[in-house]
Design a protein around this ligand. Structure first.
Ligand code: NDP
Ligand code: 2IT
Length: 444
């Protein structure tokens, strides 16, 4: 049996009931085959892949808090420190009822390669909880965040592990967590990113994932003879990534016609009104049913459906496994030119293969959404030097990083005879740096 197949089989055996983790490992290992085969004897002796798929350590803890009725609630908290061979662990905290260890491990594993692609010194980690911030009062969210950080603070630090936002964790949650960290540790340091601007946050971090997605997509289009201007774009999600992806797409002259949340989706043939979306989601924390109040000519549909709309570019920006084979077929039938993943692993493996086989340009999340964590690393730099850069400075660095990521993965794909396969390119380019660092640092 090949080394790759053997390691994958072991991952499934050792980590049953973690299907998302299996999926992420399979996608990476499958595309690393040519690199592994070229170095098989050495990597086997060094057990490089066995070390890569086993987190350095993982924490699972009880998070008790009191709700507004005086009832004690108990959630489960997680932090998986996956790999710190190129820098301190870095990755977000997801707060969503679906969170379990397998989901945090898939996200942490992806983060290793994503962070490597940014070219910045950050390792891979991820955390979160099955807490659901939806419908909770600010006081309840604060009570949860304080309890969560009371345990998490034992394992993190500005040079050890630096968490940030993800689904359900935005500026409000990061603020409460930062306050609690500071109170317990009496240290004022950049232990979290995505902080508010008044206490060490970076300008452009809020926009970074969505903007970065568009910078990379534009570069991919340009290198294939196209341009964002004039294109029709379908976006899923209506959170942090979706909102700023839509904003930058419209700034580039494209028309974004959809967005969605977990209840339904909006079609606005005149182009999504970003200010309305921001008010509904960022200020009111409301549902997308409200969008019609701002734009009476738009349509609201219950359930899924974004990928049935005719578009040139599709940007899945909600969550994992939200673009299936039927959706890929609908996109191809409607003449879709490119899919770029704002979310982590939103496209199933068979859907990805179908899109690629049918000539759709496909940018995988670990490259396309790396702008968020890259800007987090820029926030860490600013915290270290106790300075704040301007919006333009951060945004222009972000743009440079995204353009560079695209060319690195394009080159890596070409080096292994897989021109245009940006999934393989991203996995190979991300892996090469981490593998070199791991081998240089000996057995650890
Ligand atoms: P938010 O919480 O701001 O928004 C998430 C959006 O996706 C909401 O519209 C939400 O709808 C929808 N959504 C979430 N879970 C589901 C689900 N199970 N089914 C259907 N819809 C769902 O999160 P972000 O925008 O920050 O994150 C979106 C994606 O981008 C995630 O995959 C995340 O890992 C990834 N990402 C985020 C980065 C960041 O900097 N924030 C960086 C890189 C990647 P609803 O409100 O109804 O739940
Ligand atoms: O998936 C991701 O890259 C994030 N949620 C952002 C992580 C970070 O540390 O900014």
């Amino acid at each position: 049996m090949s080394y790759v197949d053997q390691v994958y089989e072991n991952v499934v055996k050792k980590n049953p009931a973690e299907p998302e983790f299996h999926q992420a490992v399979k996608e990476v290992l499958d595309s690393l085959r040519p690199v592994i085969e070229a170095n098989e004897e050495k990597y086997r002796r060094e057990a490089l892949l066995e070390r890569l798929v086993e987190p350095d350590r993982q924490f699972k803890f009880r998070v008790p808090w009191v709700d507004d009725q005086g009832q004690v609630q108990v959630n489960t908290g997680y932090r998986v420190q996956f790999n710190n061979s190129i820098g301190p662990y870095k990755g977000g905290l997801r707060l969503h009822p679906s969170v379990n260890l397998g989901i945090i491990k898939f996200l942490g594993f992806e983060q290793i390669f994503k962070n490597s692609l940014t070219g910045l010194p950050i390792g891979g980690g991820k955390g979160g909880s099955d807490f659901d911030p939806k419908g909770k009062s600010d006081r309840e969210v604060m009570a949860f965040c304080q309890s969560f950080m009371t345990e998490l603070c034992k394992y993190i630090g500005a040079d050890t592990d630096v968490p940030a936002g993800d689904i359900g964790t935005g500026a409000r949650e990061i603020g409460y967590m930062f306050g609690q960290y500071k109170k317990i540790k009496s240290v004022y340091e950049g232990v979290l990113t995505g902080k508010g601007l008044s206490y060490g946050g970076s300008l452009a971090r809020t926009e970074a994932t969505g903007y970065g997605l568009l910078y990379l997509t534009q570069e991919m289009l340009k290198c294939n003879g196209h341009d964002m201007a004039g294109k029709t774009v379908a976006i899923s999600g209506s959170g942090n990534v979706a909102i700023y992806a839509a904003q930058k797409a419209q700034q580039m002259g494209a028309k974004v016609v959809t967005c969605s949340d977990s209840n339904g989706w909006v079609y606005d043939s005149e182009g999504i009104d970003i200010d309305a979306l921001k008010e509904i989601k960022e200020v009111k924390r409301a549902r997308l049913t409200e969008y019609k109040n701002y734009r009476p000519n738009s349509e609201y549909h219950e359930g899924r459906g974004v990928w049935t709309v005719k578009c040139d570019i599709a940007l899945p920006c909600a969550t994992q496994n939200e673009l299936f084979i039927e959706d890929a077929k609908a996109l191809v039938a409607n003449g879709c030119l490119a899919v770029a993943e704002g979310a982590n692993m939103p496209t199933t493996m068979d859907a990805t293969e179908y899109l690629q086989k049918n000539g759709v340009l496909f940018a995988p999340g670990k490259a396309a959404n790396a702008g968020g964590v890259a800007t987090s690393a820029l926030e860490m730099s600013q915290n270290s030097e106790r300075l704040s850069w301007t919006f333009e400075e951060v945004d222009s660095k972000l743009k440079g990083i995204m353009v560079n990521i695209f060319h690195n993965l394009d080159d890596a794909a070409k080096r292994y005879g897989k021109e245009g396969d940006y999934v393989a390119g991203a996995n190979i380019a991300g892996f090469e740096k981490v593998a070199e660092a791991m081998l240089a640092q000996g057995v650890c």
